[in-house]
Design a protein around this ligand. Structure first.
Ligand SMILES: *[C@@H]1O[C@H](CO)[C@@H](O)[C@H](O)[C@H]1NC(C)=O
Ligand SMILES: *[C@@H]1O[C@H](CO)[C@@H](O)[C@H](O)[C@H]1NC(C)=O
Length: 220
C-alpha cells in the first residue's frame, strides 16, 4: 500500500465520520473491491427495476391503449385486459379480479347495465355460441374469459356489416356492454378451451316474450 499509516489508521476507526470516505476509498483500491462493487451494482439494478415496475403499475390507470394495460375498442363497446401481470385487473399474485359495472363505466363503455338485476354465469364449449339475440328491455354488461372468443355487437355506424367484432385472446379478460336494443353474440372460436362469461342485466328478461329477437345473424 502506498500509504500504510493512513490505511491502518482508517481501519482502526472505521466508524468515525471523517474517516469513512477515505476508508471506503482504500477498500475500493483492493482487488476484493470488484466482486463487492458488482454485487452492489446488481442489487441496485434489481431494486431499480422492481421499483419502476411497481411504480408504473398504478400510474397508467387512465391510459386506455397502453399495450400491457388494456385495449379499448369503441365500435365493439368492449375493453380487454391481460389476465396476467402486468395488467390493470391484476393487483397481486393471486390473479385477476374486477367489478364489471365500475370497470365498464371507468372504461368509457356506453349503455351497459349499471345494476345487476339478473346475472347469468356460463360456459361456452369450443365451437359453440351464445347470444345472437337482441333484448329490447335490458342493458347488459358482459365479462368474457378463458378461451379465444369472438364478441360481435350490433353497430349501425359500421358501414356495410352493421356490426363490430373483437377477438378476445386466451390470456385476456374482456368487459363489454350491449345497450338495450343492440344484438350481441359470443362465439368460442378456440379449438380446445371452454370460454366463460357473466352477463349482468338491469331487468328480468322474459325469454317467451316478443321483447327479444333471436337468431339475429345467419352467418354465425
Ligand atoms: C338502460 O339504459 C338506459 C340509458 O342508457 C336507461 O334509460 C334505461 O332505463 C336502462 N334500462 C333499461 C331496462 O332499459
Ligand atoms: C313461456 O312459455 C311456456 C310455453 O311456451 C309456458 O309454459 C311458460 O309458462 C311461459 N313462461 C312465461 C314466463 O311466460
Amino acid at each position: 500500500m502506498a500509504n500504510p499509516r493512513r490505511n491502518s489508521q482508517s481501519l482502526e476507526n472505521p466508524l468515525q465520520n471523517q474517516n469513512i470516505s477515505s476508508w471506503v476509498m482504500q477498500l475500493l483500491k483492493k482487488p476484493q473491491a470488484f466482486p463487492l462493487l458488482l454485487s452492489i451494482f446488481m442489487f441496485l439494478s434489481w431494486f431499480f427495476f422492481r421499483f419502476l415496475h411497481s411504480s408504473h403499475f398504478p400510474a397508467h390507470n387512465n391510459n386506455h391503449n397502453h399495450k400491457w394495460s388494456h385495449h379499448y375498442d369503441e365500435m365493439a363497446n368492449l375493453v380487454k385486459f391481460k389476465s396476467g401481470f402486468p395488467s390493470l385487473i391484476v393487483k397481486d399474485k393471486r390473479g385477476w379480479l374486477l367489478n364489471p359495472i365500475s370497470l365498464a363505466l371507468d372504461s368509457r363503455l356506453k349503455g351497459g347495465a349499471v345494476s345487476c338485476t339478473s346475472i347469468h354465469l356460463g360456459e361456452i364449449q369450443p365451437g359453440a355460441m351464445r347470444g345472437n339475440h337482441r333484448h329490447h328491455t335490458c342493458n347488459e354488461t358482459f365479462v368474457i374469459w378463458g378461451a379465444k372468443t369472438l364478441f360481435r355487437l350490433e353497430n349501425n355506424h359500421v358501414g356495410g356489416k352493421g356490426y363490430a367484432e373483437m377477438i378476445i385472446g386466451v390470456d385476456e379478460v374482456a368487459v363489454a356492454a350491449s345497450p338495450s336494443g343492440t344484438a350481441h353474440a359470443l362465439v368460442n372460436v378456440d379449438p380446445i378451451r371452454s370460454a366463460f362469461f357473466i352477463g349482468c342485466q338491469d331487468s328480468i328478461i322474459n325469454y317467451n316474450s316478443t321483447m327479444s329477437d333471436f337468431n339475429v345473424w345467419k352467418d354465425l
